[in-house]
Design a protein around this ligand. Structure first.
Ligand code: DX5
Ligand code: ZN
Length: 218
């Protein structure tokens, strides 16, 4: 059970301090938005390179950008532990997933709430992690969309049937109230932005979320 706090909810004038405040996390989740694929603009490659210099936390890059073929490899080359691109944005997901692995990163594909799990099944051999978005990507602090829950159990059973070792990540509206249910459905990597950063003691919040996930894991 892995907890990846999203630095979308961090203090942008104090990334180094805020990364220290989540030192017990399994990775820091970095939401890259281009104001085209999603209606919001955040960070880019320069920030990721800077974070690498001040922190040893693995970086989990979530690219909400058009034309990921152009940029995703650069994040892998910058030392990201995993790079996730959106299926809806990619022209050549097989090529890109292979390229990311070649560059030493884990490759991952994300799907939006209205994209079905079937669309990604044939790509499972190319990826190390599948991200099921539980909100429409673009902003932190939204409520989880209940209709995405069935996709988590569906994705878990497809992964099980494939015999491959693929992590199942959920992102959006994850809180202490629903993380148990998400774990029970088969998720094992949990992104949490507001739910981690709202607590003045982030490491305590991370432990609590992890314990709740473990207690309900299937
Ligand atoms: C939304 C981002 C999320 C966001 C989650 O598009 O992909 O990673 O930071 O924030 P919370 O946990 O507050 O819903
Ligand atoms: Zn994200």
């Amino acid at each position: 059970m892995h907890i990846h706090p999203s630095i979308l909810s961090a203090d942008y004038a104090n990334f180094e301090r805020d990364l220290k405040s989540i030192s017990s996390a399994d990775a820091a989740h970095v939401d890259v938005m281009d104001n085209h694929f999603v209606p919001n603009l955040t960070f880019g490659l320069g920030l990721v390179q800077a974070l690498k210099k001040v922190s040893d936390l693995p970086l989990d890059i979530h690219l909400m950008i058009e034309n990921p073929e152009r940029w995703a490899p650069e994040y892998a080359a910058a030392g990201a532990e995993s790079v996730t691109f959106h299926l809806e944005a990619s022209n050549d997901p097989i090529w890109l997933a292979r390229e990311l692995r070649k560059l030493g990163s884990r490759s991952a594909i994300a799907i939006k709430p209205n994209t079905s799990v079937e669309d990604v099944v044939e790509l499972l051999p190319e990826i190390d992690m599948l991200l099921i978005m539980t909100v429409e990507p673009g902003f932190g602090g939204q409520a989880l969309i209940q209709s995405t829950l069935s996709k988590i159990s569906q994705a878990r059973s497809e992964i099980r049937n494939s015999g491959l070792e693929i992590a199942l990540q959920v992102d959006g509206g994850v809180t202490e109230d629903n993380i148990g249910e998400l774990a029970k459905l088969g998720a094992d990597v949990f992104v949490a932005g507001s739910a981690v950063f709202k607590n003045p003691d982030r490491n305590e919040q991370i432990s609590e979320l992890r314990a709740l996930a473990k207690a309900h894991s299937s």
